[in-house]
Every structure is written in structure tokens, then in C-alpha cells.
Design a protein around this ligand. Structure first.
Ligand code: ADP
Length: 360
């Protein structure tokens, strides 16, 4: 005997925000007995349209394929709750068997639109993920910083102790060497602090981004001259070649100086003394390229995708000092110019960094 709902009850159910429905089974087919609530109205499936119609008639194949196994479960006497997509909304559906005697002929169902909650949940978990990543980055940062600071500090303190205890017995040459070692280590610390400061101020530099129209050859030449002066005498040969008649560029010279200086010092750090580093400026189809090529240790294929990640350092270059921060900042600065950066490398052959900037 199928249940019939008095009109007043149906009227009241219509006021429910969600979807309240009842399904009955005849032979192998399932039919709606009633279907009420705001959602039923919204999706055009109220009782007046769906009563005594089979579910296969009403729902698409896909929707039915999600509903069907759960309906079977409910007709087998098991309450079920599941989420499903319906017309691009996420619904939480509950199905309850109605047990009369030993038979289950009907099931009672409800559906709630939980799209908003789902989206909030997704946003929350994305924020949590970001927070987790940030925390991991912070721990790595603290670890790297303390490790990188400790080594030169230990060196300085050892050299200073040597001087303190043995100054009287040291010849001039040893004294000078010990002092030089202290100075070198101090320089290392200064560089490290500079790297860290640049990293933390990268954000503010970004807001101060101040590009101007300049000629790329002039800009690069000035930057290279600056670098050659700072590192005098140069441990490597720097060759600069460029195409005549290059278009002007829209560069922030401070940031470009940082970019080229960083890639160039890497090239010097990771290639044998005396080898040549080639800087080329060229233009192809609306793009101005700057490439910096060294003949150094190269980067392993497995490491290449990670070199722009903060703190990444290849184990091939562990013996050389560094923080793993330089290239991540470089990438940020290049992208600020609307440019891209990538590296091509072969182990023991060398590495080429290629920067591409769109024409004005
Ligand atoms: P750092 O040089 O301080 O370690 P970077 O962010 O500048 O940090 O570089 C990340 C890593 O990429 C380096 O540790 C090194 O392993 C690799 N790398 C960068 N430039 C070169 C290069 N020219 N040749 C070989 N390896 C390089």
C-alpha cells in the first residue's frame, strides 16, 4: 500500500529549503511518490511533474548511475548518505529505508545543496596547504641560515683564537693569511646577509618596480663593467656579444643589475677559473634575449626543474658556498618585467641561462 500525503502536509513540505522526496519500487523500476521543497521547485522536479514517473525518465544517465547503487542499498535496508553533483551544484543526499513489517517498498530521501560549504572548505584547505608550505619553507630557511652562518663564524672565531694565542710566534706571512681568512669569511657573511635581505625585500622591490626605456646593449655593458670592477681581478673571461640594431627595452636597471650579477656570479662559482663566460644579446620575432653561458659543472637533468625553487641547491655544488636563494629572486624579477627565464645544461659541459623579454 503506497503512502499518500495529505495536501496540507505537501503544502508545508514545499516550504522546506531543501529537497524532501519519497521513492517507491515496482518490479525493478523506481518511481517518485513525492518530491517537495525549494530545490524541487528550483530544478523543476516537484511532485506535480514527477509523481509516478521513473527515475530513469527524470534524471540523466550520469546522475542516475550515481543514485542507483545508493537506492539499491537503501532498498536493502541500509541508510545511506553521499555527495553528488547535480546541475553543477554539490548535493548531500540521504536515503532512509521505510521498513513496514519485513518489506521495504519505499525510501525516504533528502537532499541539501552544500555547494557554498564545499567551496568554503576548498578555500580553507588551500589556505591551510599554503600555510603548511610556508611553514616548511620557514623551517628550511631557519635551518639554512643557521647552517650558513655557523660555518664562516666558526672560521672567524678559530682564526681570531689563533691570533690571540700565537700572534707572538707567528711570522708576518702567517699573520696576514690568518687575517685574510677572517676578512674573507666576513665577506661571505655580508653576501649571505645581502641575499637574505634581497629575498625579504623582493616583495617591496616589486612594488617599487620602476622600469625605464633604455637600450639593452648600453644597459648590459654598464652592468658588466660594474661587475668587472667589483670582482677585479676577474677569475674568468667575460665575453659580451650583441646584435646591432636591437630595439629598446623597458627595464628597471636596478633589478636587471641584480639579475645579471646573480647569474654571472653563479657562472663564475660553478665553472673552472680562467674559462670564458659568454653573454649574448639577440632579437628574434618580437623577443629580446639575453643568454649567459658558462663552461662549468652543469646541472643534472633531475635538478634542472628545481633550480628556481627557494633554497634548492644541487648536491653537485654542495662544496661551493651558497644559499639557494639567488635564482628564485632572479626569476621573480624577470617575471616582473614580463619576461621568462629558463636554463639549458649538460653535466660537465656547462649551463646557459636564457632570459626572454617581449619587445615594447
Ligand atoms: P646558490 O648559488 O646560492 O646555491 P642559486 O639560487 O643561485 O643559489 O642557485 C641554485 C642552485 O642551482 C645552485 O646551488 C646550483 O646547484 C645550481 N646552479 C645555478 N647556476 C648554476 C650554474 N651556472 N652552473 C651549475 N649549477 C648552477
Amino acid at each position: 500500500m503506497l503512502l499518500t500525503l495529505p495536501d496540507e502536509v505537501r503544502q508545508l513540505l514545499r516550504l522546506v529549503q531543501h529537497h524532501v522526496f519519497m521513492i517507491y519500487r515496482d518490479e525493478e523500476e523506481c518511481y517518485f511518490l513525492f518530491s517537495e521543497g525549494m530545490i524541487a521547485e528550483q530544478y523543476n522536479i516537484p511532485t506535480r511533474f514527477v509523481r509516478n514517473r521513473t527515475l530513469t525518465e527524470i534524471f540523466t544517465k550520469h546522475t542516475y548511475s550515481v543514485l542507483y547503487p545508493n537506492i539499491v542499498k537503501a532498498f536493502n535496508g541500509i541508510s545511506t548518505q553521499f555527495e553528488m553533483m547535480y546541475r553543477e551544484r554539490t548535493m548531500l543526499v540521504s536515503l532512509e529505508p521505510i521498513i513496514r513489517g519485513k518489506k521495504i517498498e519505499e525510501i525516504m530521501g533528502s537532499a541539501f545543496d552544500i555547494t557554498v560549504q564545499k567551496e568554503a572548505q576548498k578555500e580553507l584547505s588551500a589556505a591551510l596547504d599554503k600555510e603548511r608550505q610556508l611553514n616548511a619553507l620557514k623551517s628550511q630557511f631557519v635551518y639554512t641560515v643557521s647552517h650558513e652562518f655557523r660555518t664562516p663564524l666558526t672560521g672567524i672565531s678559530m682564526s681570531a683564537e689563533l691570533l690571540q694565542h700565537y700572534m707572538g710566534r707567528m711570522d708576518e706571512h702567517t699573520k696576514r693569511r690568518t687575517l685574510e681568512s677572517i676578512l674573507n669569511r666576513t665577506n661571505e657573511l655580508t653576501n649571505l646577509i645581502e641575499d637574505l635581505l634581497t629575498q625579504s625585500s623582493a616583495q617591496s622591490l616589486t612594488t617599487m618596480f620602476n622600469p625605464e626605456i633604455i637600450h639593452p646593449v648600453m644597459a648590459c655593458q654598464t652592468i658588466i663593467n660594474d661587475i668587472a670592477e667589483t670582482f677585479h681581478p676577474l677569475s674568468h673571461v667575460i665575453e659580451f656579444s650583441y646584435e646591432e640594431s636591437l630595439p629598446v627595452v623597458h627595464w628597471d636597471i636596478r633589478l636587471m643589475r641584480h639579475i645579471i650579477r646573480n647569474i654571472l656570479t653563479n657562472a663564475m662559482k660553478y665553472s673552472p677559473t680562467g674559462t670564458t663566460i659568454l653573454i649574448r644579446l639577440y632579437y628574434v620575432q618580437g623577443v629580446i634575449y639575453v643568454s649567459i653561458q658558462d663552461r662549468g659543472v652543469g646541472i643534472a637533468d633531475k635538478d634542472l626543474p628545481h633550480i628556481f625553487t627557494p633554497f634548492f641547491r644541487s648536491n653537485r655544488t654542495e662544496t661551493v658556498k651558497g644559499t639557494g636563494l639567488g635564482l628564485s629572486i632572479v626569476k621573480e624579477f624577470v617575471e616582473l618585467h614580463g619576461g621568462t627565464i629558463h636554463a639549458e645544461s649538460q653535466e660537465n659541459q656547462g649551463t646557459t641561462f636564457i632570459l626572454a623579454f617581449p619587445e615594447l
